[in-house]
Design a protein around this ligand. Structure first.
Ligand SMILES: [Zn+2]
Length: 230
């Protein structure tokens, strides 16, 4: 299983898992021509695209993808009663769950049957009820570091509250990872951190603190980052 990042953060989020030339995309936050380019203009290689939520930096080309006939999964925004949160597409079993954001937002658990590889993707959230304890790979937002934004509350104004209420921080990431480590079946091997804010985070510090906690050296995702998932 391979991971590639085509974009992350406010400029647009597009992540890909691939195995034997079959592709799964997480979010669709780039323009459609760039999406097509990312799969070598071979849309038939895409098994599905899973959208977390409708903000433009995540969903910019989602409608184009749907129109192109590619299978998609997204939270039923107009239908809170919908109970379907488990899906099966090709070689994949997918489970979605609600996480706290300012619009309805799903996190995903993705199980690839042939390789038994389990991945979770969690972005743009401040709280998750479910802890994906037994994944091999975690792709996780850390938008900001708590003490960095606490030290400039006045300068950030409303943005401060937005970050705290709707985005994930280093402190919360460590709490989540600690819960995972305390759970039965914990086996995390690949930790990919995405959606860093330019001004309110610090990639080196995130790497160091998460390495100290988990013993796994995290990869900070940026455009072009590729990881061979073990
Ligand atoms: Zn968002």
């Amino acid at each position: 299983m391979k991971y590639k990042c085509f974009g992350t953060g406010s400029k647009g989020n597009l992540h890909r898992l691939s195995h034997n030339e079959r592709y799964v995309y997480l979010d669709a936050g780039l323009a459609f021509p760039r999406f097509k380019e990312s799969c070598g203009w071979q849309l038939d290689k895409v098994d599905f695209v899973a959208l977390t939520h409708g903000h433009v930096d995540h969903g910019k080309c989602f409608e184009d993808i749907k129109k192109a006939g590619i299978p998609t999964i997204s939270p039923p925004i107009d239908d809170w009663e919908s109970t379907q949160t488990e899906f099966e597409i090709g070689d994949w079993k997918i489970k979605a769950w609600d996480v706290e954001h300012d619009v309805r937002n799903w996190a995903y658990l993705l199980y690839h049957k042939p390789t038994k590889h389990k991945t979770a993707y969690m972005t743009d959230f401040s709280y998750t009820k479910l802890v994906p304890a037994t994944v091999d790979t975690l792709i996780l937002e850390i938008s900001y570091i708590d003490d960095i934004i606490e030290s400039k509350q006045n300068e950030l104004g409303d943005r401060y509250l937005r970050l705290v209420k709707y985005h994930n921080s280093l402190r919360r990431a460590k709490e989540l990872l600690q819960k995972m480590m305390d759970s039965e079946g914990y086996k995390l091997k690949n930790l990919i951190i995405c959606h860093l804010s330019d001004r309110n985070s610090d990639a080196e510090r995130i790497k160091q603190e998460l390495f100290e906690l988990t013993g796994i050296m995290p990869v900070i995702a940026d455009k072009g980052t590729e990881v061979e998932l073990t």
